[in-house]
Design a protein. Structure first.
Length: 255
């Protein structure tokens, strides 16, 4: 029998067949799942009897579903990051000094990272924790992804992190394309929304191909350059038109 250091944040009683005597396993798995949402490859494995999102109890299931749907929503952004890695070799999960080489405070930062140019991820790694300290690199403002609160960089703040929330921040000037709801990457996914976080000019290269073959190596792909002009508060796209209509833009409002 495993005895957690703190009372578990999720009730394991309806998942005993799966978690055995590890009372904090649903909590641990949920924190892993949140972290996995912001990795280049997101695929769950384990030695448990079952591994579906409903296999870790009724309290864990809606949280796991929330992040699974978020991962699919972020696929246009993630797929575009993969293209940039293929093109340049630059990783899209990367240590903070790569993006903020002039900030000495991030030189040895080991528990935060950037996921592409937009997201700063600060996973919760302590059992029972419902908050954590997060350092926001200087030279830019940041938005709390969940609340839209705008925070000045160059400072350490205390961030609330209940069990359904991973601390997640978006750099000002970021352009984040979001896809329509799909059940699988085999489904056609259109651009449902383009989220912009104002405070600086922004650029993003949106990439798409058939998602199935190597035809992209022969030039069978689509590239759209997105540009945010912060002074005029306008988003423009050049190259292959990625969407039509004027209701797709969502500019984050400071809270």
């Amino acid at each position: 029998m495993h005895h957690p250091a703190h009372p578990p944040l999720l009730d394991p009683s309806d998942a005993r067949d799966n978690v055995g005597g590890y009372d904090d396993y649903p909590e641990l798995y949920t924190r892993w799942f949140q972290y996995g949402t912001f990795l280049p490859i997101f695929r769950t494995h384990g030695s448990r009897v079952a591994n579906e999102v409903w296999s870790y109890g009724k309290q864990a299931e809606p949280i796991l579903e929330k992040y699974l749907r978020l991962r699919y929503q972020l696929m246009p952004y993630i797929y575009s990051l993969g293209y940039q890695t293929w093109l340049t070799g630059a990783p899209f999960m990367r240590a903070l000094p790569l993006d903020f080489p002039n900030d000495p405070n991030v030189t040895d930062m080991r528990d935060e990272y950037m996921f592409g140019p937009a997201f700063l991820v600060a996973p919760v790694t302590e059992q029972g924790a419902t908050s954590r300290q997060v350092y926001l690199p200087g030279g830019t403002d940041w938005y709390n992804y969940w609340t839209n609160e705008r925070v000045k960089g160059g400072q350490t703040i205390t961030v609330q992190a209940p069990i359904d929330t991973i601390p997640l921040f978006v750099r000002a000037g970021s352009i984040v394309p979001l896809g329509s709801a799909v059940e699988s990457t085999h489904d056609h996914q259109s651009i449902a929304q383009v989220k912009v976080y104002p405070g600086a000019n922004g650029e993003f290269t949106l990439y798409n191909d058939d998602g199935q073959t190597y035809a992209y190596e022969k030039g069978d792909h689509q590239i759209t350059k997105l540009h945010w002009d912060d002074a005029t508060q306008k988003l423009t796209q050049t190259g292959v038109k990625a969407w039509s209509g004027d209701n797709i833009l969502d500019v984050a409002q400071q809270q």
